[in-house]
Design a protein around this ligand. Sequence first.
Ligand SMILES: [Zn+2]
Length: 311
Amino acid sequence: MKRRLKVFKKEMSFNSCDDTIFGLLDGYLISISDSDGLCSLFVDIALKEPIELDRERIRNILEENARQYSILRAEVTATGVMVYFESSRSGFERLKEFCFFFAGQLKTLNIPGAETCSNCHKPITDISIISQNGMMHTCDKECAEIICKTEQKKAKRGRDKEPVRFFAGTTGSFLAAILAVVPFVAVAYLDIFYLWLGVITAFLVKAGYSIFGGRPSAGKGIVITLFTVLSVVVSMFLSYSVGVYNGFLNDGYVVDLIESAKLTFDIIISNNDVLMSFLTETGAAVLYSLLGLLLSIKFKKKKRKTVFVVS
Ligand SMILES: [Zn+2]
């Protein structure tokens, strides 16, 4: 959140939700955000039918003062007024001046504000603030609960309609698992500390699933974990093989990679010390990859809900 927004929030004792600050001003709930090259002011109103006359009056105020407050754009609907300013220090100053002026004007016009439910237009007894796509509205508690339930159902229906594409996702994960072997073995070849590369493998395999259109499903976690672990084990084995291959090369022998892979396998299973070190290192790399999976879940971008009750 920008500093100027934070300062204004504190000045006005407003609340915030994501990057939007909101609070009551002169009987109107206003929400302000400042990002994407624009700062916006949203004023929650609840126009009663017929709305045209009130709308016209509000539009006139906006038009008459557009130049003075450097308003870039404004929209008036039955449930709110959205006004855009430039996202700059002076733009934000104008927004601040304008919101005080505008709330006073709306009051003069008797436009219903925070005390009227945005949903049923009745006076509010138990106030709730709902956020709809970053715009805040006041509702009574009952209406807020109804709106949230409807939106949740809509969202769920939308999710259910989308195909899972499990096979596509699995293919994506598989290809990513193969791809992930390349950087792993390359870094191992350079003999830099490479066990942590399991983390990258995990992120790649997970990304592969989504890139190929795979949607979350019961099998997703299993597929991703399985391919990640397999990819890491294969990477470790190939890293050992490259080591063996290099050993031959340094001694002046020429062998091919498949031959050295076979030899590596024989060495690993016949020599206890090598077997132990292979298992320990592979175990560590697998642990790193599982850590990577955990991290990728943690850093998952929070999906913004369309509607939720703020207070
Ligand atoms: Zn209501």
